[in-house]
Design a protein around this ligand. Structure first.
Ligand SMILES: *Cc1c(COP(=O)(O)O)cnc(C)c1O
Length: 219
């Protein structure tokens, strides 16, 4: 289990960037991991997790929440509108708000429930056609639209293109956040979280470096 090593590296990257200790939150991405591995990380005292699939999260987190206090689970995968209600009930944060129809849906649910998960707008910084997220050029207008619907935004999220230098993508996301007065930056994964922290990440999403490789054949 690589939790303590990764936590050490997060703290070291914070210090190197001149950032306050604890200013970066480590989201342990537990999608597709066997329960024993998740449990080992919970037993080690970690409480913040990320999941990609509503169904999988619904099957595993209610039981863990009943056994461990203070657990937070963040949705970091694409969210279908027909699962928005279930997601709003299951998750403490949603990092993948990426379209007007989902904003409208979540705003209605938030009004009914009187509460809403923390929200991050996903930005497709690489402008990849197959990837979710609003285009950088549309981000300011989309953020304004969310705010007009009374959705409180925590920040922005991105997933840089595979194989590309992530640094310019992290810098671009930080720029969009800054000009829109948003403080949260969900960026950085196993391979690049230190670079993300150097560019201001407040939430890094690390899976395989903590839990080991994912085995999708058992899913
Ligand atoms: C799976 C996933 C991660 C974690 O990826 P690792 O490379 O295992 O650290 C982070 N963010 C998102 C959006 C993911 O889907």
């Amino acid at each position: 289990m690589g939790l303590s090593e990764i936590m050490d590296r997060v703290r070291a990257a914070e210090a190197k960037a001149g950032r306050a200790e604890g200013s970066v939150r480590l989201i342990a991405v537990s999608k597709v991991q066997p329960d024993e591995r998740v449990e080992a990380v919970l037993e080690a005292g970690h409480r913040l997790f990320g999941e990609n699939y509503v169904q999988e999260a619904a099957g595993k987190w209610p039981a863990f929440r009943a056994r461990y206090e203070g657990v937070s689970v963040h949705m970091i995968g694409p969210l279908q509108s027909n699962k928005a209600r279930q997601a709003a009930e299951l998750f403490d944060a949603i990092h993948t708000l990426d379209r007007a129809s989902l904003a409208k849906k979540l705003a209605g649910i938030a009004q009914e429930r009187g509460t809403c998960p923390e929200l991050f707008v996903q930005v497709n910084t690489g402008e990849e056609p197959q990837k979710a997220g609003v285009l950088p050029a549309d981000a300011d207008a989309f953020i304004a639209e969310c705010r007009a619907r009374d959705l409180a935004l925590e920040g922005l999220m991105c997933i840089p293109p595979d194989g590309a230098d992530p640094a310019p993508h992290f810098a671009a996301l930080a720029g969009i956040a800054e000009r829109n007065g948003l403080s949260g930056l969900s960026m950085g994964m196993s391979a690049d979280f230190e670079t993300a922290i150097a560019h201001g990440a407040t939430h890094v999403r690390v899976g395989s470096a903590i839990f080991g490789a994912r085995d999708y054949s058992k899913g």
